[in-house]
Design a binder for this molecule. Sequence first.
Ligand SMILES: [Mg+2]
Ligand SMILES: [Zn+2]
Length: 189
Amino acid sequence: MTSRPAAFLDRDGTIIHDVEYIARAEDVRLLPGVAEAIGSLNDARLPVIVVSNQSGIGRGYFTYEDYERVQARIGELLGAGGAHVDATYICPHPPANPAACACRKPGVGLFEQAAREHGLDLAASWYAGDKWRDVEPALTLHGQGFLIPASSTPSEDLERAQRIGLVRDSLAAVAQEIIATLTGGQRAR
Ligand SMILES: [Mg+2]
Ligand SMILES: [Zn+2]
């Protein structure tokens, strides 16, 4: 399998409104413009991979079945907007776990797993989310990170990303920039 780039997206606060520890499908609301943005990445044939910390499972706040119902609802809403996610990876572990897992962001375990399973070039990929921990994997893996501010974004996360010029207004703006890079790259070759 040849190695290709992907768009790695956070879920809560990036694709859907961040209701802390969302456990019910009826609470799922897509953020504005997200279906169109993901649809444009689908049209560009860029794999869209969601990587999400879901510590609510490990903390016992909701079950894996609750998580799956929320996922199904997100898929439904995206599908209604003509968009889809190619794969989703989650870390179910709580952060205070003494044997710290390799999968909780900003750890890169899930990104590496996705790369193995889908033949992805992590250094050529994009990483976007509402928190610094969504951007940091891009720095670790030598890809391109973007912070998209939401009500859930801590101000220190925003400042940190601002200092290195990685803040973008919306997922739509990120998708546009990715597509411009993809098509620009094709032209240069
Ligand atoms: Mg988030
Ligand atoms: Zn984990």
